[in-house]
Design a protein around this ligand. Sequence first.
Ligand code: ATP
Length: 592
Amino acid sequence: MDFSLLVETFEQMEQTSSRLALTDHLVQLFKKTPVDLIDKITYLIQGKLYPDYEGIEMGLAERMALRAIANSSGKNLSKIEAIYRETGDIGDTAGKAMTSKGQETLFSESMTVERVYNTFDKIARTTGPGSQDTKLRYVSSLLNDASPREGRYIMKFVMGSLRLGIADYTVLDALALAFTGDKANRQILENAYNVSSDLGAVAKLLASKGLEAVKSLQITLFKPIRPMLAERVINAGEAMERMEGKAAVEYKLDGERVQIHKAHDRVELFSRRLEKITNHYPDVTKASTSIKAKEAILEGEVVAVNQQTGEYLPFQELMHRRRKHGVKEAVESYPVVINLFDILYLDGKGKIDLSYQDRRKLLTRVLKNGTDQMINIVPQMVATKVEEIEQFMASAIENGCEGVMIKHLSSTYRAGARGYAWVKLKREYQNELADTLDLVIVGALHGRGRRVGKYGALLLASYDHNEDMFRSVSKVGTGFTDEHLEQFYKELEKHIIHQRHARVDTGMEMDVWFEPKMVIEVIASEITLSPSHTAAKNAIREGYGLALRFPKFTGRIRDDKEPEDATTVEEVIAMYKRQLKVRPETRTETDV
Ligand code: ATP
């Protein structure tokens, strides 16, 4: 397959401002893709070579990339650096430098997707001493035969600056349309994706074996399962109503969610966003080998503990564990335990279709056989009365938890879904009206006065799962320290795009637009109707969306969340309605 076909599609996608058109470009691309390449194309359009959980990166240093462009374009390095300063993007630098060399028409025929992918793969797999030089040679070999337009995308890909912002759900829609002609089949694809987290594999199965094969895709060890998520409730009474009078109540620990995959002596850990984090927790990994099961997939919350008292510590303590160097010291200085709360697979069989009750029994049995003392089962009780939930909640909070999780006894494990089979009741709901929201940064205004050279306010969006869009819900300018402002300015630079992203919907005008990537936590005093924000537009009142009043950044960057894991529009609506119940005097208009 000609690489130029991919380049053309990328160029068209960069220009489009509508999500439907984005999907349509993908459908056309998939239709033209040979079956044996479909998985690779699926990864490439998302700027990846493999599913996220493989954690494989190209790892080419910026100065090496500039040298590769210099070599291939025949220009000296200082000239290339000057172009880079002007464009701010290595891909654009390559495109520009190569154009003036007149490389347009020379060799582009020989550039195939297969060749580009295989070379990228080699670049990613080259490690160790001297690897930067080897990587440089591989990149140069591609650039030498590439047209400027191809060179531009090759370098964008290598440097991770391809900003197409194509999310999983858009790809799933496009696959359903391209191979079954019916978008409604996306749900079947989504189910398969939820248990494999591998879009490429789902695409390949669909293209080669059809929808029936996709339906029967099974859980596989070392391919993470997308986590089941919880809705909020405001008090124990609401929880009990949702649970129809009987429920399991568990401690909600404030740590990091971890999925453990174990086959004999091999153990891998995956984060909530399904990245491999085995290296962050060598102690948990080692302890997990003691679990008495040949093969298992278990879920739990890793929490930092005070070694002296055994008390749970807040999640911030775990940050010290996210490092590449000095891991051994961090393990000693910041000890953790893991509290398991679910079992998804045991000795060759998926368990997600069992009820909560049966999974809990199975989990208890597996752990009873004896494990390392750092592995526990999460404290739990079965409640039939509201007061029982309240008492358990009080004890959870006393023990340093955020609150409790309340779970329907007969519910299966619904991978990748947020629903009322699990609900969360947090301490802060009892004092504050509003819970925190995790929102995606989609735009910014330049700062003034003290904030010149930084951003003055960020435009935040909630996620509309049905339409796969980000709809604005707030501007936020408070809660930032000077360090945050610096950090945001630097981090967001990587995501700047020249126009509003096709998946972003807002009535606000911004100075800068971003590819939806970064998720931050905010708290607000209330939710009000808004004529300018588009979250939940027309859902409560015709012509109005919902907006946050007095929003404030909490200081927490949710880098454990994908943009599609942000607070959804439905959740914002639910929070708005709940607030009306609790505080009927809530204002309904805003000038935000
Ligand atoms: P939050 O921001 O409230 O942590 P979230 O969006 O990350 O929420 P939710 O599904 O809404 O995820 O809340 C559940 C989270 O709480 C889980 O992802 C997990 O990390 C954590 N947790 C702690 N204890 C438990 C438990 N006993 N059962 C399930 N999840 C638990």
